[in-house]
Design a protein around this ligand. Sequence first.
Ligand code: GDP
Length: 443
Amino acid sequence: MAFEGLASRLQNVFGKLKGKGKVSEDDVNEAMREVRLALLEADVNFKVVKEFIAKVKEQAVGQEVLKSFTPGMVVIDIVNKELTNLMGGTQSKLAKSNRPPTVIMMVGLQGAGKTTTTGKLAKLLQKQNHKPLLVAGDIYRPAAIKQLQVLGEQIKAPVFTMGDKTSPVEIARSGLQHAKDNGNDYVIIDTAGRLHIDENLMDELKQIREVVKPDEVLLVVDAMTGQDAVNVAESFHSQMELTGVVLTKLDGDTRGGAALSVKAVTGCSIKFAAMGEKIDALEPFHPDRMASRILGMGDVLTLIEKAQAGIDQEKALEMQRKMRTAEFTFDDFLDQMEQVKKLGPLDQLLDMLPGMGKMKGMDNLKVDDKQLGHIEAIIKSMTKDEKVKPEIINASRRKRIANGSGTSIQEVNKLIKQFEEMRKMMKQFSGMMGPKGPKGGMK
Ligand code: GDP
């Protein structure tokens, strides 16, 4: 996950500060020296670091802060606010035209993730009940058109293409007309990239922009390329007047420098962050939430939003009822797991919980998607009866289940034990709560 190094370093610095009852000016200076190094090591632009540290210091060494009851916390709060400001302060939302369709032009270098992001953005818009049309304007990269068509099929969004013999400008013009004729309220145009910025590319992009008059020109940059991404953004912005940036590959081990410098260096806001290759791995970028993730304060809001979007409410209610009446079976357990899995890779979810980013490194807390796969295989190897009444699973049955699921008897034992403990706890809860929940009406 991106920012891991930066996050753990900053959390160390502030951990020391938080523990102190009294914080002197020297303590703040020392902490800021470490923050400065951490930011530079995370590949944040050096000018940006310098200004950042100056701003934090200016506020942090004031007498009021140092005299407050929790000076360490006040300093963290200042850093949190300044990190948020650095990334643009508030969320920069996607434009919406008063006269649909809203036209979004995707630009960027080859390999940055433009085509993939085009599909992801369409999916995000569909979730908000929009009807996006994808336009295949990258006629140079072999397979780009096919790639977009495959993405379109996957999310059931229409893809407009005229093959690779028509000029991209003409494709964009016709694509826009097609959207108007077919009631699509968003048009996302995938354009060609190059390995490096060159004049031909810029000319072509400018021509497309002239013709379709986009509401958004989004630059897709690969966060893994660090300061290069910022340089690319600067060049594109000076020629194309970008309206926003999409940072991709934030799931990789990028040090985070691009995310922290793009806005400050180019003045252009990050609108979305892509955190994986899957079609739903795109999130609107919230500077405040990203800052709290970096500082180990979690991002509970995004987690809740994901849960609301991904979890089937009726199922959740049914599950709650079963837990209360202790009718919970292995099938329900599996169901619940599936629901959680839909929210995204586990390690990314853990990062959103306060303090969990740090705990993740601990061995006994390692939960990976592979382990979940084993649990799933074990449960699927059980008979109907076994799933409902795990107490009948004796030694020979355990052996059969382990064989059937390609796991070990130890793993089967562990899962059954965990499940029994879970059930026991549910019984205790349901005893405490009665059939309608606890007094006071907590649901
Ligand atoms: P384009 O040349 O800019 O259109 O780039 P593509 O959309 O073809 O993406 C290039 C590669 O990056 C593909 O293998 C994508 O799967 C991968 N990719 C795109 N976005 C992400 C992301 O957020 N995370 C990861 N891990 N890979 C990504």
